[in-house]
Design a protein around this ligand. Structure first.
Ligand SMILES: C[S@@+](CC[C@H](N)C(=O)[O-])C[C@H]1O[C@@H](n2cnc3c(N)ncnc32)[C@H](O)[C@@H]1O
Length: 195
């Protein structure tokens, strides 16, 4: 089942809302990061830059065949071989990936899901102990040029509470202002998974 209001404008407009490298560096995504799981990769706005920054593989998942085709084509064109893009409904089926292996998981612009805790629980499962979940979402502000309806657009404190319920640890220093339109959150999987 597709996450509500997760449709995208055309790629050029969507890309204009982000500086992916700046955001990924703010999340300390670098060569010390091995494997990454990206939930809902869309056009690959963050996927290819991540692949260039890390030392492992980006497991990029999307329900839309056209998005997966786009990401694969862009990787082929740019000679990027450490992206595995797969068409999958992670709401219905989970990621299908093993547990406890990834250094990082991304839930970017998708946590307006009907059951956000279930997405975060799947992220927790795939992460290794002390692995990190990064969240990006649109500021809860009617002036943003896009983003889900404000009634379903999560505020940072809601995401933090969902993360806590899913089993993550959150430090107040890990709330980032990703100007101009977004905020970012970094959650950590505890050494000993409580679930
Ligand atoms: C708003 S877009 C965000 C794309 C990307 N994360 C970004 O920030 O550029 C959400 C993406 O999630 C995908 N998606 C929605 N529901 C999904 C599901 N159940 N399983 C896999 N992908 C899903 C959509 O097809 C879309 O590409």
């Amino acid at each position: 089942m597709k996450v509500r209001e997760s449709g995208m404008p055309d790629e050029a407009l969507w890309s204009s809302f982000f500086d992916p490298e700046r955001i990924l560096r703010a999340f300390s995504i670098d060569k010390n990061t091995k494997d990454v799981v990206e939930f809902g990769c869309g056009y690959g706005t963050f996927t290819l830059v991540t692949a260039l920054l890390i030392s492992g593989i980006v497991f990029a998942i999307d329900i839309e065949p056209a998005m997966i085709a786009t990401v694969r084509e862009k990787c082929d064109r740019e000679g990027i071989s450490n992206v595995l893009a797969e068409e999958l409904d992670f709401v219905a089926k989970g990621t299908g990936l093993p547990g406890d292996f990834a250094d990082a998981a991304f839930l970017f612009n998708i946590l307006h899901h009907e059951q956000p805790v279930s997405l975060m629980t799947e992220a927790l499962r795939v992460l290794r102990p002390e692995g990190r979940l990064m969240v990006i979402h649109w500021n809860h502000n009617p002036d943003t040029p896009r983003g889900p309806a404000l009634e379903i657009r999560p505020r940072p404190d809601q995401c933090i509470e969902w993360g806590r319920v899913a089993g993550f640890v959150f430090s107040p220093d890990d709330l980032l202002d990703l100007k101009p339109y977004h905020y970012g959150l970094i959650f950590r999987k505890p050494q000993e998974n409580r679930s």
